[in-house]
Design a protein. Structure first.
Lengths: 138, 154
């Protein structure tokens, strides 16, 4: 009996939902497992490296999008704007947008597109885990 | 949300009669809205003929200079929706005018190159250079009802 009531309460109060989300934890755990497999000395993800990746200016990709911040803006808590299409992009910081990084297929699809566009190559597993870790703390 | 639904229903019901000319049927499929609408607006399929959408979906890995590939099952479902609601299939609202300009057998890819679009969008450069606009295909920058298929509010 308790569970349905809890569930109903959760559904009724989506605003109160915490940024914590088991699905996001699973995304990070999946990247961590991949990183460990590739490098047994892997020592965990770093929000700081994630922030560096986010703010870096690259030269290998599309000249119109030299940085993640070109579309996602300098402030992860702010709405962005797609530099090529003008489309508004919802904030990427988990504290203001708890729907972020909860679906591995979606996350992978977008890393695939965005890293190629910005950096000119795929992001590594460690870069992806760092990035999600950074945004999860924002 | 609740209050919006009757209003939306009313607008939808009234739309073909009110503004047949500046209206096209909006996209209703959640997958199309999500996958086509994440990088740009999910353009209404009525602006292009079915054969254009087939070509678009065939060339998704080279989508206006972008690799927009999708898993085969999603791509197939999106293709089915776009072709079933294409301008030469539904012929509703503005679609009729757009289709008049499409060459028989032609497979145009850019809605913004249709003469009917161009005729209605002759603006000074500074309008196009507004930072909100970015590109001609950013309909919602000016047409606030674009996602619902409304384009009369210029």
């Amino acid at each position: 009996m308790i569970r349905p009531i809890l569930l109903a309460a959760l559904l009724a109060l989506p605003v109160a939902a915490q940024a914590a989300d088991a699905r996001r934890d699973a995304v990070i755990a999946d990247y961590a497992a991949q990183a460990r497999k590739a490098d047994p000395a892997f020592a965990g993800f770093s929000a700081q490296r994630g922030e560096t990746l986010f703010r870096a200016k690259w030269t290998g990709g599309d000249a119109r999008t030299p940085s993640c911040t070109t579309c996602h803006t300098d402030n992860p808590k702010a709405a962005g704007q797609n530099a090529k299409t003008g489309r508004t992009i919802e904030p990427v910081a988990v504290s203001v947008n708890p729907k972020r990084f909860v679906d591995m297929a979606e996350v992978e699809k977008q890393f695939g597109r965005d890293c190629k566009n910005v950096i000119g190559r795929d992001c590594t597993v460690v870069e992806k885990g760092d990035y999600v870790t950074f945004m999860a703390g924002q | 949300m609740r209050r919006l639904i009757p209003l939306a229903a009313l607008l939808l019901a009234a739309s073909p009669a009110l503004a047949g000319d500046d209206w096209v049927p909006p996209v209703k499929d959640p997958l199309v809205l999500k996958e086509c609408g994440s990088c740009h607006m999910a353009f209404q399929p009525a602006f292009l003929p079915a054969r254009s959408w087939n070509r678009m979906m065939d060339e998704l890995s080279r989508h206006f200079g972008e690799d927009a590939s999708l898993p085969a099952d999603k791509a197939q479902a999106i293709r089915a929706y776009l072709t079933a609601n294409a301008g030469d299939v539904v012929t509703k609202g503005r679609a009729r005018k757009y289709m008049q300009w499409v060459a028989p057998g032609g497979t145009p890819q850019r809605i913004t190159e249709n003469p009917d679009f161009e005729r209605k969008h002759r603006f000074p450069d500074k309008v196009w250079q507004d930072p909100k606009v970015v590109t001609r295909s950013n309909c919602p920058a000016c047409h606030r009802g674009a996602d619902q298929g409304w384009y009369e509010d210029d």
